[in-house]
Write a protein that binds this ligand. Structure first.
Ligand code: UD2
Length: 315
């Protein structure tokens, strides 16, 4: 039976890929976005499908969201809409509270009211903080160091509280460093691979903050979309928090070695002082999620990066 799913933040980087995964697996999707940071062009493929319904709306608008829940009987919700920038959460703590905590609570209450059983929530590796033991395990005590991380953690606690209280199937996914097409390179705080790809393609030098030996657990957006889709649609899940990562830490210098093969004539890399608050190493343990979801093999980093460079950021 065809089921209908709601995706909030559908026009975003992760949202648009997740919508396409659901459509490719024969589901109907309603996509909502206020286009604050999302782009309608990201939904070009989705909007050509008769199984996709687009709605320009703000997830904080409870009346609009209630109308949507009333109209459709959602089998599940993928809640991705968020204030996505950590630095912006410092500048705009009230907006961070609204978008990253209050909106999640509102969506969860609507799920309860309209008997939608499954809620997949976009959390972040940011909840671990800079001093957590590596690889990050879900059982570690979180140490949020930004309003962004605090709100994501608070939302996890709230939603898992609803799981325990009302049986809502809440899956909190802690994304690590997601990369891939449609990641907007437009701000200095954009994902490093979107910035590097954009600059190398324009023949411009890239800047590395620090010595380049910092590591990140980079995961392809394609694998993240699949994890989102499987978490939303698989029969057996356990309401809990899960890392979405590869388990492999790669240094920026290793990343640059791949770019150098792809852009042999690129200007030399510039090194600058490390960014304030920068985490030295980030690496997660993916086992817990892999134990509940049947996930096929993941995209090797070298392959994912080459595809991004060849296919382009906009695809
Ligand atoms: C990621 C998330 C952030 C938060 C955090 C949790 C992204 C975009 N950001 O921040 O939301 O969850 O993890 O810890 O996924 N860098 C350069 N040159 C550049 C840009 C960045 O050297 O032009 C460095 C940067 O200093 C850092 C690394 O690249 O050491 C990764 O930076 P990032 O902004 O992609 O992601 P991160 O890990 O700081």
């Amino acid at each position: 039976m065809t089921q209908t799913f709601l995706v909030t933040g559908a026009a975003g980087f992760i949202g648009s890929h997740s919508v396409e995964w659901l459509l490719a697996h024969n589901h109907r999707v309603v996509g909502v976005d206020n286009l604050r940071t999302g782009h309608l062009e990201n939904l070009e493929v989705a909007r050509s499908s008769p199984d996709f319904e687009w709605m320009l709306a703000d997830v904080c608008d409870e009346a609009a969201m209630r109308e949507l829940f009333k109209k459709h009987r959602f089998a599940g919700v993928l809640h991705l809409a968020a204030l996505v920038s950590v630095p912006e959460s410092f500048r705009e703590p009230a907006l961070n509270y609204q978008l990253n905590l209050a909106a999640a609570d509102c969506i969860a209450r609507l799920c309860l009211e309209f008997e939608c059983k499954r809620l997949v929530f976009a959390s972040s590796a940011a909840v671990y903080g800079a001093h957590a033991a590596l690889p990050n395990q879900e059982s570690a005590i979180p140490q949020p160091q930004s309003p962004y991380a605090a709100a994501k953690l608070a939302a996890e606690v709230m939603l898992l509280g609803y799981a325990a209280s009302y049986g809502l199937e809440t899956i909190c996914l802690r994304y690590f460093n997601v990369y891939g097409s449609r990641q907007d390179p437009g701000s200095p705080y954009s994902g490093v691979l979107s910035i590097f790809t954009d600059r190398f393609q324009c023949g411009l030098p890239v800047t590395v903050y620090g010595d380049g030996e910092q590591t990140r657990d980079f995961i392809s957006v394609r694998d993240v979309a699949r994890a989102n889709g499987e978490a939303l649609t698989q029969m057996q899940v356990v309401a809990d928090r899960y890392n979405v990562c590869t388990g492999r830490g790669i240094s920026l210098n290793q990343v640059l070695a791949i770019y150098q093969e792809l852009f042999p004539n690129a200007p030399s890399v510039e090194y600058a002082a490390p960014r304030i608050g920068d985490i030295r190493h980030s690496q997660g343990n993916p086992e817990k999620l892999h134990n509940i979801l049947i996930l096929k093999s993941q995209t090797p980093f070298e392959q994912g990066l080459r595809e991004l460079v060849v296919g382009g950021l906009g695809r």
